[in-house]
Structures are given as C-alpha cells and as structure tokens.
Ligand binder design. Structure first.
Ligand code: ZN
Length: 91
C-alpha cells in the first residue's frame, strides 16, 4: 500500500506509523467520567468502507496525516495534514 503524503508524494506504507481511528475525541473537564474515558480509550468501531485514520510519516516529513482509507479495498481517497482536516468530512 502507498500513502500519498501531501508533502512528500506517494510513499510506501512502511514509512508511516498507524495511530488509529481519527474520530474519537478525548472527553474534557467534568465530562471525563470513568465510563467516558473507558469508551475513549478502548471502544472502537470496526467500519466496513471509507474510514478516517491518523498516520504519522515517521520516515519522511514527520507530519501527522488524516487518511481516508476504504477498509476493504485499501484504496485511499485522501490524505491531508491533520491541521487542515476534520474527521468525517471528505477532503
Ligand atoms: Zn511526508
């Protein structure tokens, strides 16, 4: 699989580190109950289809990327820097 880094171009997946699903957001303040933190840390969906993921280009520009990848075909629809990306919104 090759990931199209917006800074470096298409690179082999071995240059990247996979963090995981990009959708979970850390509960803040008083909402950070034990149950909310348990869900944030451990509970994940197992989507079938396009999914937003966080990837780190460790052997390249060292940028965090939001990659929209189809989980069945591994076709990558988009890869954008996380600073300009929002989970669930097509880039
Ligand atoms: Zn890069």
């Amino acid at each position: 699989m090759r990931i199209p880094c917006p800074h470096c171009g298409a690179r082999d997946v071995q240059e990247f580190t996979y963090l995981g699903d990009a959708k979970p957001r850390r509960p803040e303040g008083l909402d950070a109950t034990e149950a909310a933190m348990l869900e944030y840390v451990y509970v994940r969906d197992n989507p079938r289809g396009p999914n937003d993921e966080l990837w780190y280009h460790a052997a390249g520009c060292r940028a965090w990327l939001m990659v929209r990848r189809h989980t069945l075909t591994h076709v990558i629809e988009s890869a954008v820097p996380t600073k300009s990306a929002k989970a669930g919104v097509a880039a």
